[in-house]
Every structure is written in structure tokens, then in C-alpha cells.
Design a protein around this ligand. Structure first.
Ligand SMILES: [Zn+2]
Length: 242
């Protein structure tokens, strides 16, 4: 209902840029450039949690990028999903490298917290992943979303928690739905999320995927992930690392 209402009101209420508030556009040129203008790069949090996949990010979590992600997630400005998905698609491409192996790219979203989904009426990460898969297909890369992860139990709000607390909060929090392992075996798995902060969520997602049934068993450390943005706070940006 909420999502439906938002879609309708979005058609009749005046729009403003999700990045800077400028009227009459959902995303202005300058803010779009912040989201799409950079070269996606390998990023790693410090400290790096055990089991963290190789992560590529499209942009830094600051200024317009931060504002656009929050507008989409917290205020439900669903029209921004396309722009965010385009940024995520860039990070996916950087992480996937040259095509190898059979099957499509399978974008596996880290489930948004139940609090967010219940309060906002949509799963923002899944929505961005769907837009990213569409963008990849438009550019000729077979890709689809495999929403196989789910939260097994409620987790505390991560904000305000340090790296170690986040890891403890999330350990065992995710698992793969029935039949998910078989689906994951049909392509190349790429975990996707909106934001990398400590890496705890992606490490937990990789752990859950590795525990799934099915023949998809890459060597340890071979998991790949892509995010729209990386928090500058806890990060060392490693430009040369492949
Ligand atoms: Zn703007």
C-alpha cells in the first residue's frame, strides 16, 4: 500500500533532485556526475572482516551520492533506483572482469533490514539490483537478480556499532532460501549491496552463500561483490589492487 501510494504521489507532487534539492528534476546533472562520473574501484575496509568478498564500489558515500542513496532508502524516492542501478552496474562490471564461465551474472542482493522493508514498504537494495541487472542486459551482459538470501532472525540497528559488534550482530543472521543453492549454480554469483561500511554484511552474505546446497563452491576468497558506495570513514582505498 505504501509503495503504491508513493508511486501515485510521485506523479503529482513537485519533484526535486535527490542529491541537492534543485527543483523539477529527480537527479540533476551535477549530482548524476557524482554518482556516475568516477571509475569503479576495488575497496577494502580496515580492519577487513574474515570472508569478505573482493568488493568494487562505484562512488564514495558522501555529498550527492549519500543524499541520493538516503532519499531512495529512507524517503522512498523510487525513481532514483535507475540512476543508482546504473552506478551499481558499473561496479559489477569492474568486479566481474572479462566474461568467463557459463551462465548469466547472478546479482544476489544483501537483504535490507526488516525495519527498512516494513517502514518503507520496499526493499531498496533489491530494487537497485533489479535496475542494475536491467542496465547490464541493455549493454549486452546477461544478468539477473537472484534474491536467495533472507534474514533468519532480527538484527540490531547497525548504526552506532563498531566493526566487531557489527560482525557479532550479523553472525548467522542470513541464510539461503530453499532451492537457492540450485539457482546459484546456474550462473556467476555477484553479491550486491547499496553501501559498504565495515564489510560485516557482505562477509555474512558470503558465508551464507557458501553454506548453501549446490555445486557452486568457489575457492575461499573467490567471492565477488559490488556496492554503489563506500563509506570513506573506515576505508583505505586500494586503487591498484586487482
Ligand atoms: Zn542535484
Amino acid at each position: 500500500m505504501r509503495g503504491w501510494w508513493r508511486e501515485i504521489t510521485g506523479l503529482v507532487l513537485p519533484v526535486a533532485c535527490g542529491g541537492c534539492g534543485r527543483p523539477r528534476t529527480e537527479l540533476c546533472e551535477e549530482c548524476g556526475a557524482q554518482l556516475h562520473g568516477g571509475v569503479p574501484r576495488r575497496v577494502r575496509p580496515v580492519p577487513e572482516p574474515d570472508g569478505l568478498p573482493v568488493v568494487h564500489a562505484a562512488a564514495g558515500y558522501e555529498n550527492a551520492v549519500r543524499a541520493v542513496l538516503l532519499a531512495h532508502k529512507e524517503r522512498g524516492v523510487l525513481g532514483l533506483a535507475g540512476a543508482l542501478g546504473k552506478a551499481l552496474a558499473g561496479a559489477v562490471r569492474a568486479g566481474a572482469g572479462p566474461r568467463s564461465g557459463p551462465g548469466p551474472l547472478l546479482l544476489v542482493p544483501v537483504p535490507s533490514s526488516r525495519r527498512i522493508v516494513a517502514a518503507r514498504g520496499h526493499d531498496p537494495t533489491r530494487r537497485i539490483a533489479l535496475a542494475a541487472a536491467a542496465e547490464l542486459r541493455r549493454a549486452g551482459t546477461p544478468a539477473r537478480v537472484a534474491s536467495v538470501l533472507r534474514q533468519r532472525r532480527p538484527v540490531a540497528d547497525q548504526s552506532g556499532l563498531g566493526a566487531r559488534e557489527r560482525r557479532a550482530n550479523l553472525m548467522g543472521a542470513l541464510d539461503v532460501v530453499a532451492g537457492g543453492g540450485r539457482l546459484l549454480a546456474t550462473g556467476r554469483v555477484m553479491l550486491v549491496d547499496d553501501l559498504l561500511t565495515t564489510g560485516a554484511s557482505l562477509a555474512e552474505a558470503a558465508r551464507a552463500i557458501d553454506g548453501a546446497d549446490g555445486p557452486d563452491r568457489p575457492r575461499p576468497g573467490a567471492r565477488r561483490a559490488a556496492v554503489v558506495a563506500v563509506s570513506p570513514s573506515a576505508l583505505e582505498i586500494n586503487r591498484n589492487c586487482k
